[in-house]
Design a protein around this ligand. Structure first.
Ligand code: HEM
Length: 229
């Protein structure tokens, strides 16, 4: 049997789905780290800002300050761009395969999930742009001081800015749905799915997505409710 070359694998639908699965898994690993790091806010200003400073000096003295962070940022950006562009290509391909619209669009799970994934993905992307301007660059944050992550979070989700927290809730819940469906799809694409374990896979994916959603949202909600100030 001939082994497919890398370019032909890249062009194939299966290859594109594998790219989505692998970049998705990498982003999930990063998300787990980010969520756990955020929870340090409950241990106070010094511990949270100390953790943010540690991220900048990771790899020292072999690496100069900030280098690790930049490698991580470029890796993450590459994963986001590949994930999003491959999703767009797969959508175009699916539309080309069926140029005539269905007269009566059957309400099958597949098309509903695909639409949710598309819109969810767009909401998450817009959220990331806002979030970086808010808590990394600081331009849309009332405090917005570089290196003062704790004060930026507390100012950003202050009680009178409840609408920002609401926007975060919408985005992170979208992320939760995206993760749940994405995880099941990734397991399927990577050939790890066993039909006898469908139910277990759904339960695990739902539980994991719920954990990530709650783990992220507990921070802005606690600030808005005045539990963290
Ligand atoms: C909802 C609760 C969240 C909180 C409280 C939070 C908090 C933060 C903070 C404080 C920073 C800046 C870190 C620093 O200054 O060193 C940051 C950066 C970032 N966050 Fe979040 N985050 C949340 C959710 C998310 C989610 C759901 C995503 C992705 C979907 C995300 C993606 C990012 C990215 C990409 C960065 C930039 C990392 C960098 O380049 O330094 N965050 N976040």
């Amino acid at each position: 049997m001939a082994i497919a070359s890398i370019p032909s694998l890249y062009r194939s639908t299966v290859g594109k789905k594998a790219i989505m699965a692998v970049t998705g898994v990498l982003m999930v690993l990063w998300l787990i780290g980010h969520m756990v790091g955020n929870l340090k806010i409950f241990f106070g200003l010094e511990e949270f800002n100390g953790y943010a400073a540690w991220l900048r000096t990771l790899g020292a003295p072999a690496l100069h300050e900030g280098w690790f962070l930049w490698v991580m940022r470029f890796g993450l950006l590459a994963a986001v761009v590949l994930h999003f562009s491959t999703a767009a290509e797969l959508t175009v391909r699916a539309k080309r395969a069926r140029p005539v619209k269905y007269q009566h669009r059957a309400k099958v799970n597949g098309s509903y999930a695909a639409r949710t994934m598309r819109w969810g993905g767009v909401i998450i992307l817009l959220f990331i742009v806002w979030h970086i301007l808010d808590l990394t660059v600081g331009t849309v944050n009332p405090h917005g001081v570089h290196g003062e992550a704790y004060q930026n979070v507390v100012a950003g989700f202050a009680p009178d800015r409840w609408y920002i927290t609401l926007f975060y809730v919408l985005a992170v819940v979208s992320l939760g749905f995206h993760l749940r469906h994405g995880l099941v799809s990734a397991v399927q694409t990577l050939g790890l799915k066993n039909p006898r374990q469908d139910k277990a896979l759904n339960v695990i994916a739902t539980g994991f997505a719920a954990l990530i959603t709650v783990g992220f949202l507990i921070v802005p909600i606690s600030v808005t409710l005045g539990v963290v100030d």
